[in-house]
Design a protein around this ligand. Structure first.
Ligand SMILES: Cc1ncc(COP(=O)(O)O)c(C=O)c1O
Length: 481
């Protein structure tokens, strides 16, 4: 290989264009997960401009780049007002929902040095970021089943799971998987009675639900107005429609935030002083978020939220009437989860939707909760909701015609017998080969249609799914050249 990596700007542009040709579209409303599109070209333009102009600034030291500190404090103030934060609240801007959740769990754990083997109580529908936090921070997760019909956390069961090792209780507003708001009031009351922190994960709902309050007075309460809520996460890179890399973690007081602030003067370099997980951090995403939030402004966020919500309700009503399809739960926000009867499966529907130009996200079964198709609707999707409904009916009819994806029983039996703790590379390669995922040289080959693979994974216990998918990702993320 030559050592000269340099390309001309035109070559770079054309290479990137080629690389992006297989990516999902980020705009236009056809990607119903991962991306959020306001449909406002001027908001996108100012976001991109500011992202670029602040990309080299560094949030490592707030005295070196005071502009970043000013914008962070402004955004935290706006977010706090949106979710009824009490006087004396404090917050930070993080890189995303997962970082906000990791910090909330860290603060809860380290806020209770008296508890030597900490636990957190969470509904089975809480976002997997809490599982990562549990794993990284060695906080034992105590999972509580949700109501099988509403898919909401069951407050009595949550309360019963709290014990003297519990450092945190979690609720979602709404949950990602089913788009429903947990009954935060009784959950936070139970946590407060036990002297335990209660975190509301409003990563996906935090910038949309407050804007729906005027038209939906019956919305379940979930903000700091609920007694006992001690922290709350809300992502700007979701429904504030900002470029990626920005979430906010709020605490009811600065004292509650204190355990995740970090300083180290025990080396001969600069005193490292961090409020979040990152140390050097680009000011680009923060500044872009500040710009987009102030460009869109309060009234337009209300319009965008209502547009997305109305489209969600309209699509929910139509989808529920499509033969073979039904709502997994009544949506409380702008997310839809649909499930099927036994004539077809969600994985084939997802493939059929992709063939029609829509990305919808298959979600696997967990415990008694069935597999679902997930749709995140943003404002820009709304205009297309009739077309989505039409294509969803078509895709479901095609999936019924084809029948559920075939899952080879011997492969499932073999995979199910795996002990994830002792699975070696050779067995894993053998399994991937049997599943049709390995090429001639053992390299990973992903199929065009994902349904057979997803249906097989769906039939396996979650811990086996995890170990197989880790094997896949390990093979995918390898250096080229
Ligand atoms: C409810 C909820 N919590 C947490 C997260 C994690 O956020 P991120 O992907 O930004 O880390 C998400 C992402 O969709 C979410 O919907």
């Amino acid at each position: 290989m030559g050592t000269d990596l340099s390309l001309s700007p035109d070559e770079i542009r054309s290479r990137l264009e080629a690389l992006r040709s297989r990516d999902l579209p980020t705009h236009g409303g056809r990607t119903l997960a991962y991306v959020y599109d306001s449909g406002l070209a001027t908001a996108d333009a100012i976001g991109r401009e500011v992202l670029a102009s602040f990309s080299s600034t560094n949030g490592l030291d707030p005295t070196a780049f005071p502009s970043l500190l000013a914008m962070e404090n402004d955004l935290v103030g706006i977010a706090g007002r949106l979710v009824d934060a009490p006087d004396g609240f404090a917050g930070v801007v993080t890189s995303g929902g997962t970082e906000s959740i990791l910090l909330a769990v860290l603060a809860a754990r380290d806020g209770r040095p008296d508890v030597t083997s900490p636990r957190m109580v969470l509904p089975t529908t809480a976002h997997a970021a809490f599982h990562k936090a549990a794993h990284w921070l060695r906080v034992e997760p105590v999972f509580v089943d949700v109501d099988p019909v509403t898919k909401r956390a069951v407050p009595e069961a949550m309360a019963a799971a709290i014990d003297d090792r519990t450092v945190l209780v979690v609720a979602s507003a709404p949950s990602y998987a089913h788009g429903v708001i947990d009954p935060v009031e009784p959950i936070a009351t139970a946590a407060a009675a036990a002297g335990v922190r209660c975190h509301v994960d409003a990563c996906i709902g935090g910038w949309v639900l407050p804007h729906l309050r005027a038209t939906e007075p019956a919305q379940l309460p979930w903000t700091f107005a609920v007694e006992g809520v001690t922290s709350l996460s809300l992502d700007l890179h979701k429904y504030a429609y900002t470029p990626k890399g920005v979430s906010i973690l709020l605490h009811a007081s600065a004292a509650l935030r204190r355990p995740h602030l970090f300083a180290s003067a025990r080396w001969p370099g600069y005193t490292m002083l961090n409020t979040t997980a990152q140390s050097t951090k680009s000011g680009g995403p923060l500044a872009a978020a500040w710009a987009v939030v102030h460009h869109i402004g309060g009234d337009r966020y209300v319009d965008l939220a209502r547009t997305a919500r109305e489209a969600t309700l309209a699509l929910a009503a139509v989808a529920d009437g499509i033969p073979g399809l039904s709502l997994a739960a009544q949506p409380d926000s702008t997310l839809l989860a649909l499930t099927t009867d036994e004539m077809c499966d969600v994985f084939t529907i997802s493939d059929e939707m992709l063939a029609r130009g829509w990305y919808v996200q298959p979600q696997m079964r967990f415990g008694d909760l069935p597999a679902t198709v997930h749709l995140t609707l943003s404002a820009a999707t709304a205009a297309a909701s009739e077309q989505i409904a039409h294509d969803l009916a078509d895709a479901t009819a095609a999936a019924r015609e084809a029948g559920p994806a075939h899952v080879p029983a011997e492969l499932v039996a073999m995979a199910t017998s795996i002990d994830p703790a002792t699975l070696d590379e050779a067995t894993l390669t053998g399994l991937l080969t049997l599943a049709g995922l390995a090429g001639e040289a053992g390299e990973l080959v992903l199929p065009e249609r994902m349904a057979p693979l997803n249906a097989m994974l769906d039939a396996l216990p979650p811990e086996v799914r995890e170990v197989l998918l880790l094997g896949v990702v390990d093979r995918l993320v390898r250096p080229t050249g």
